[in-house]
Design a protein around this ligand. Structure first.
Ligand code: SAM
Length: 263
């Protein structure tokens, strides 16, 4: 299954710095208002790097993810911090593990593009409390000329040349928001919750893609994947020269939210 194979190295490859995770939690509170006593549901929480600050808030928190291995890393991280969150293995494309009309905030970071947008919108409306609640989506944004963005764009182009379209986070998020706006939801201005500069080696992107199943969020054969990554490596060598040289990269964590009326 996608992600089970990358659980052990996910934080090293894609983790968000701890102070950025704290800033994301603070921005979430600013968006949804006083949180005391609220019930939150996190969709696709993964290894929980963004979730730990949420567990320290005065809320009732449940998270689910399809990957048992990702949740195991989350459980160990929470355990080390003396926290015991309610974590469930569940598929977001099936019924979410939450009762009808019992949730105040649905939060999902870097995961919703894996789900069917109409199902995600319907489940959001089912679980949110009457008369309404929040859906907040989070993602990392990078300037288009940053090494990760450039390599990802080129990888997707090469995948497309082989006849495969990768999943687009933004297109799926937009479809969820459009469905919820159609049901009376009101979006608020997206906000950047944190910014940081990291170093990225082009070789790290290639190694990460080589080391996990699938590519660009889709499952493809090993042959297609090997062909795309071989061509990409050649392209990257021509573009960057030494693929192990660290390159500065700006990153920002953005939150997009919608207030959804229910009932
Ligand atoms: C890029 S990771 C993001 C993890 C975490 N939210 C973060 O930002 O650090 C995407 C997560 O979505 C989960 N996921 C993918 N498809 C899913 C599905 N159908 N149902 C539930 N979780 C899913 C994966 O297992 C993975 O943990």
């Amino acid at each position: 299954m996608l992600y089970d194979d990358q659980a052990a190295r996910f934080d090293e490859r894609a983790g968000v710095p701890t102070d950025a995770a704290e800033a994301v939690a603070a921005a979430l509170v600013e968006i949804v208002g006083p949180v005391e006593g609220q019930r939150w549901l996190e969709v696709g929480a993964g290894t929980g790097g963004l979730s730990l600050p949420l567990l320290r808030m005065p809320i009732r928190y449940t998270a689910f993810d399809r990957s048992p291995a990702m949740l195991q890393v989350f459980r160990e991280r929470a355990d080390a911090a003396g926290l015991a969150p309610e974590l469930r293995v569940a598929d977001g494309d099936a019924r979410w593990p939450a009762e009808d009309a019992g949730t105040d905030v649905v939060f999902s970071a870097r995961a919703l593009h894996h789900l069917d947008p109409h199902h995600a919108a319907a489940e959001t409306r089912r679980v949110l409390r009457t008369p309404g609640g929040w859906l907040v989506l989070g993602r990392v944004r990078r300037p288009p000329d940053s090494p990760k963005s450039v390599l990802r764009r080129q990888m997707r182009r090469m995948l497309e040349a082989q006849g495969f379209a990768g999943r687009s986070h933004q297109a799926r998020a937009d479809a969820v928001f459009a469905a919820l706006e159609g049901a009376g939801g009101r979006r608020v201005q997206p906000r950047v919750a944190a910014r940081w500069t990291g170093a990225h080696r082009p070789a790290d992107s290639l190694a990460a893609w080589e080391g996990k199943n699938g590519l660009a969020g889709i499952e493809i054969t090993a042959q297609v994947k090997a062909r795309v990554l071989r061509d990409l490596r050649k392209w990257a060598q021509a573009e960057y020269g030494d693929l192990h040289r660290p390159l500065d990269q700006e990153e920002a964590f953005e939150l997009e939210a919608i207030r959804v009326p229910t009932g």
